[in-house]
Design a binder for this molecule. Structure first.
Ligand code: ADP
Ligand code: MG
Length: 697
């Protein structure tokens, strides 16, 4: 294999086109570059520009969606800084939503499409860049699509800005047509034929059936035991599943199968299996091992989501198993929410997946569906812009002074109804006025890198309810969209499986821990309780970690929230929004209880804190909840003296309601509505007549 980084670079398909690429970029201001995944577009082409053209700063975007992790950006930036032999964060750096790893000398900056979109909102001329590269444009994320429209306008203002669109070989003419027939530069791929085998599952009816994981395992095992040719007994297997849950399950099943069968069936001398999970929220993954070739006598098996389809290239793959499903964002107009749903893939996706098998030699793809199902699939995936809420997008366009959003140059225009819904919500949030112009409130809201709903919550907490200190904290915990509470692991520290009894105990233990933080008004205040307790250990990181482990809490979520919080505080300051502690309520009962406890001595050691006088007094939940209701008004109903508030903060619960006695006038009652639960069912269940409601949105 290639030993030096330089040799590895020179072995990539883009390398022989280096000079041609540089010449083309010099000549044209807009260029579409297409090439197979793994040919070197993302890592190499920006470096060629750096090495061959006199440019100030190059910005490269990567699609950010819930499916493709932000970690693929840090990974690319890290790799490129190694290739350039510089420290990450100097000449080569990256910026993701809450993490900026660049300095003023950074010449090559990798970032999410969302980050560039925000920059373009603040500076339509994109003055800091000489070159902007929209990478993985075929992913067609919402942000990428909007960026393409904005860049079309920026090009008119700044013809000197170089714009490159990079894409895998999917629907590329569309990009060229969009930019008035700009040239296409194709990098010929080195691909081998891939044989297609259909393995339909008789039981398969819907994506919700777990049977496709079983079938995927059977198929993987079949490949493993029947394909061990002498020359390459170790061809890697890449299995496409939908998400973390399936992937972890599959890894476990295959490991068990391999352990039990290898001992029984020793004489087959099967290669050793190296099994890897690969999905977006994976905190740490064995990056070196996944990118390295498998040693002789071992076979790599990777269970992955779409991440491995076009964003990350795993070398040595000869077999692909395609379950035929993908998890993607879709907008539910009845609940007004975006949700991740398992849906059937498109033909284009199936073809991309198959292509992963033919990179190093002839390969095979096993499709876990019928040939007729393939024929029946839609040809191309639906771009995200046509299946998501457009609130942030429309707000961003308004901020740029684009009043007529319906006529913005979109590659594929979103459904006019989605645009109208977004406009309606923004109007109701007070972000735009009745002629569609951005209001001062909308201007403030667009300053936050958050959904307009959450931005509205922050403004309300600062301006109206005087509790922004607490609300910023809660918002930072929500912004990451990750679960704060851990489910107990199935294994102990040494990796051994827990017994059923131990597992039950762990579950009860976890539940008890959670209850200790639970606040009667719901998740928001519960999160705040967790945060406040965690912060007490801030002086000692190892204590903090220990505390998280003991309480089944994801320390990483809290650490991320800490960074997010810092940034949100900066935004608040910039917007001159006051940061105030919310009012306290005296907690007599707790005080009495505490007094008894403190007699025994307080182990906390944080008594110098100025909050300590308030320690016994709980923060008043009402202003905090009111702030949230101001932002998340869209499912609120108001019924005479006792208000019924419908909201959906906790999609994992059906309804969690509280707020005291709903019959005392003015008390708040929050019902957390499951996205699959209908509004009218909810009314029925609570014996509320629709016509009794004052207003419903
Ligand atoms: P493309 O953008 O055309 O899909 P990339 O530039 O991402 O191609 O990748 C080019 C090659 O570099 C791939 O074969 C991949 O295996 C390798 N590569 C990418 N990232 C890393 C990394 N972090 N470590 C080692 N190799 C990598
Ligand atoms: Mg790429």
């Amino acid at each position: 294999m290639f030993d030096t980084i330089q040799q590895q670079r020179e072995a990539l398909p883009t390398f022989e086109y280096k000079q041609d690429l540089i010449d083309a970029i010099r000549e044209y201001s807009i260029l579409v570059i297409i090439g197979e995944t793994g040919s070197g577009k993302t890592t190499q082409i920006p470096q060629y520009i750096l090495e061959g053209l006199d440019v100030k700063r190059i910005g490269v975007t990567q699609p950010r969606s819930l499916i493709i992790s932000v970690s693929s950006i840090t990974l690319v930036a890290k790799r490129v800084s190694e290739e350039q032999n510089v420290k990450l964060g100097t000449t080569v750096g990256y910026t993701i939503r809450f993490d900026d790893c660049t300095n003023e000398d950074t010449r090559l900056k990798y970032m999410t499409d969302g980050v560039l979109l925000r920059e373009a909102t603040l500076d339509p001329m994109l003055m800091q860049y000489s070159v902007v590269i929209i990478d993985e444009a075929h992913e067609r994320t919402l942000e990428t699509d909007v960026l393409l429209g904005l860049l079309k306008q920026t090009h008119k203002l700044r013809p000197d800005l170089k714009i490159l669109i990079m894409s895998a070989t999917l629907q590329v003419e569309k990009f060229s047509d969009f930019f008035n027939g700009c040239p296409l530069f194709a990098i010929p791929g080195r691909t081998f034929p891939v044989q297609t085998i259909y393995v339909p599952d008789a039981k398969r009816i819907t994506a919700l059936q777990s049977s496709f994981v079983d079938l995927a395992i059977d198929t993987t095992w079949h490949i493993h035991t029947t394909h061990h040719e002498d020359d390459d007994g170790e061809g890697g297997i890449l299995v496409f599943l939908t998400g973390q849950h399936d992937i972890e399950k599959a890894c476990k099943m295959l490991k068990e199968k391999s352990n039990s069968l290898s001992t029984k069936n020793n004489r087959h001398r099967l290669p050793h299996l190296d099994i890897y999970p690969l999905y977006a929220s994976l905190e740490t993954w064995n990056q070196k091992a996944v990118f390295a070739s498998a040693p002789r006598g071992t076979r790599k098996v990777v269970f992955a989501t779409n991440v491995a389809q076009t964003s990350v290239t795993i070398p040595g793959i000869r077999y692909v198993v395609d379950a035929g499903f993908v998890k993607e964002k879709s907008h539910d107009t009845t609940t007004g929410m975006d949700a991740l749903l398992v849906t059937e893939i498109s033909q284009a996706t199936a073809i991309q997946r198959a292509g992963r098998a033919g990179r190093t030699g002839p390969g095979k793809v096993y499709r876990l569906y019928k040939e007729e199902s393939f024929e029946a699939m839609r040809v191309n995936s639906i771009p995200e812009i046509q299946r998501s809420s457009l609130l942030s997008t429309v707000l961003g366009l308004k901020k740029r002074g684009i009043i007529d959003v319906l006529h913005f140059p979109f590659l594929d225009p979103p459904d006019a109804n989605l645009v109208k819904t977004a406009l309606k919500h923004l109007y109701l949030l007070g972000a735009i006025d009745d002629v569609g112009r951005l209001t001062p409130l909308g201007d403030q809201m667009s300053g936050f890198p958050l959904s307009p709903f959450l931005s509205r919550v922050l403004v309300a907490s600062a301006v109206t309810f005087g509790c922004s200190y607490e609300v910023v904290t809660i918002a930072s915990l929500l912004a990451g969209e990750m679960d704060l509470f851990k489910t107990p692991s199935l294994r102990d520290r040494s990796g051994a499986r827990l017994s059923q009894e131990d597992m039950d105990l762990a579950r009860v233990d976890a539940e008890e821990c959670k209850l200790r933080f639970a606040h009667h008004s719901g998740d928001h205040l519960t999160y705040l309780n967790v945060w406040n307790t965690w912060r007490r250990y801030k002086k000692d990181r190892s204590k903090q970690r220990k505390w998280c482990n003991e309480n089944y809490i994801h320390g990483k979520v809290l650490e991320t929230a800490l960074r997010v919080r810092e940034q949100l505080m900066q935004v608040m300051e910039k917007l001159e929004l006051p940061i105030t502690h919310g009012p306290r309520v005296k907690n007599q009962q707790k005080r009495r209880h505490r007094r008894k406890e403190t007699d025994k001595g307080d182990g906390d050691g944080d008594s110098s804190n100025k909050d300590s006088s308030d320690k016994d007094d709980e923060v008043d939940a009402v202003p905090i909840l009111k702030s949230f209701l101001t932002g998340y008004f869209s499912n609120i109903a108001n019924k005479g003296t006792h208000r019924h508030v419908f909201s959906h903060y906790s999609p994992d619960k059906h309804f969690l309601m509280d707020g005291g006695d709903s019959h005392t006038s003015g008390s708040l009652m929050a019902l957390h509505l499951h996205p699959l639960c209908s509004f009218s069912d909810m009314l029925d269940q609570h014996k509320i007549r629709y016509r009794d409601l004052d207003w419903v949105m």
